[in-house]
Write a protein that binds this ligand. Structure first.
Ligand code: ACO
Length: 326
């Protein structure tokens, strides 16, 4: 059974945080941030606005575009590293908010790769006949786990959510042609939030020590990102039987423009066919590729029948890719 993407949606908080504002907080500059990353501004969720609130807004738009009523949703997967609570899953809050009480709901944690992990899992769940449809969401409130005094990370991240509805494809519709995912647990130390889990529980002694913020060895992560994203994208392109010239749009993880340019170059896809919105939103982890997919879809970056390639990379280390005929 073929599985298609029937609708997409996204949500970005209203508050814009510019590079100039960050330069007032830490020793950095708009010039450094733009040259090294391509990021100009990012969105920051309001106080009290949770990951599930943003996920719900993105989900509503995806359901509307797919023409699927909330009560008919069978599966909800939220990919996030910034859940509302450690338990229950953020997907449970989203289910309640939407009134999708017929759905099975759970989270997955695969950092920036989570949305494409969710795509592969739900594609298999639908093609096996176990579920008729799935609502997959990448949502993050990274501002809640950012060390605002660490210039090497605080300039990179933002908040937001993106969603997609998957269902069995009709014969004349496009489908998800190929998917790939991978993990290298030897490299957990390159990118993590050290505190808050069982390895380093929250105590009154360590609460002020910034153990609950993202830390990253950026240069190392950069090298792995380029290699793994290139390999993953090549695999799905080959399995889908495509050539670079057959690809209308590449939608990569939105972490760094230099990483995106390196991948476009290695895949021999011209830059104008690579979708970029990190200048507006920064790196929103699991939400990034989902937001980019929705913006590309709604802005006409590709049309029915076009081939697109999504490719991501994140903490774990994890990576994933998908080739989709729209
Ligand atoms: N402003 C000014 N200077 C800075 C800043 C800043 N915001 N941050 C770092 N610097 C300085 C450093 O201290 C260093 O100074 P030094 O040479 O005197 O030591 C210099 O700039 C160069 O720093 P690098 O870390 O070497 O800079 P680099 O060019 O590697 O860029 C960056 C850093 C943007 C983090 C890059 O390495 C990157 O994008 N890495 C990959 C990120 C990624 O893809 N993450 C994956 C997903 S994230 C997730 O899963 C949640």
């Amino acid at each position: 059974m073929q599985v298609c993407i029937a609708g997409t949606g996204s949500y970005l908080p209203e508050r814009i945080l510019t590079n100039a504002e960050l330069a007032e907080r830490v020793e950095t500059s708009d010039e450094w941030i733009v040259t090294r990353t391509g990021i100009r501004e990012r969105r920051i969720a309001a106080e009290g606005q949770c990951t599930s609130d943003m996920a719900t807004e993105a989900a509503k738009k995806a359901l509307e575009q797919a023409g699927l009523a909330a009560e008919d949703v069978e599966l909800i997967i939220v990919a996030t590293i910034t859940p509302d609570t450690l338990t229950p899953a953020t997907a449970c809050y989203v289910q309640k908010n939407l009134g999708a009480l017929g759905a099975v709901a759970f989270d997955i944690s695969a950092a920036c790769s989570g949305f494409l992990y969710a795509m592969k899992i739900s594609k298999r769940m639908i093609s096996s006949g176990a579920f008729k449809n799935a609502l997959i969401i990448g949502a993050e409130k990274l501002s809640a786990v950012t060390n605002w005094e660490d210039r090497t990370t605080c300039v990179l991240f933002g908040d937001g959510a993106g969603a997609a509805v998957l269902r069995a494809a009709e014969p004349e519709e496009g489908s998800i042609l190929a998917t790939e995912m991978g993990t290298d647990g030897n490299l957990t130390h390159l990118l993590n939030i050290p505190g808050g889990g069982t390895a380093c529980p929250i105590t009154s002694e360590n609460v002020g020590e910034n153990l609950f913020a993202l830390t990253m060895m950026g240069k190392e992560v950069f090298k792995h990102a380029v290699t793994r994203m290139k390999e993953a994208a090549e695999k799905v392109i080959e399995r889908a039987g495509l050539q670079p010239q057959d690809i209308a749009c590449v939608i990569p993880h939105q972490a760094n423009l230099r990483i995106i340019d390196a991948i476009a170059d290695r895949l021999a896809v011209p830059n104008e066919r690579v979708f970029v919105n990190l200048d507006k939103y920064g790196n929103t982890s699991a939400a990034a590729v989902a937001i980019a997919l929705d913006e590309a879809n709604r802005s006409g970056a590709f049309k029915r029948g076009d081939n697109i390639v999504l490719v991501v990379f994140g903490a774990g280390l994890t990576w994933a890719a998908a080739a989709v005929r729209w």
